[in-house]
Design a protein. Sequence first.
Length: 158
Amino acid sequence: MNVDLYERIWLWAAAGIIVVFLVSMGVTTFGYAVRPPSHVEMIDPTQVMTDPSFGPLGASTRPDGSVRVAMAALMFTFVPAEVHVPVGRPVTFRISSLDVSHGFDIAGTNANTMVLPGYVSQFTYTFQRPGEYLVVCNEYCGLGHHTMQGKIVVEAAP
Ligand code: CUA
C-alpha cells in the first residue's frame, strides 16, 4: 500500500501525540498522585457549622494519633481561617461549603480539591516540612474570590 509522504508524517505525528498524552497521564497519576476524588458524603449546607458528623471545626487528634481538620468554606473565607497541624503525620481534611462552589488549594503541595455545597470533600495529606502554608480558593465564587484564603501552620515535632 502506498501512503503519501506527508500523510505518513501526519500519521506518525498523531501517533506520537497520543503516546505523549498517555505518558503524561501516567506521570501525573503515579508520579504526582493526581487522582479524582473518591470520597462521597453528603451534608445539609445549612448544618455544616453544627453537624456533629462533620465537625468539630478546626484540628483535632484522633486516638490513633492521626489528625482531622474540618473546615467550612463560605464567601469569602474559610472557618477556621487558621489551623495548626503537626509535621509528618497524616492529616485528614474535611471541607464543605455553606453557599457556593469554592476551591481548597494548599499552595506548594498537591493537596487541592473543589468544595461544593451539599458534599464533604475529604482527602488525607502528610506535611513533610514545618512552616506556614497558604490556602487559596481556586474556584471563582464571587466578587471577593481573590481575597478568600486561609492558613495552615505545620508545627515541628516537639
Ligand atoms: Cu471561594 Cu473563590
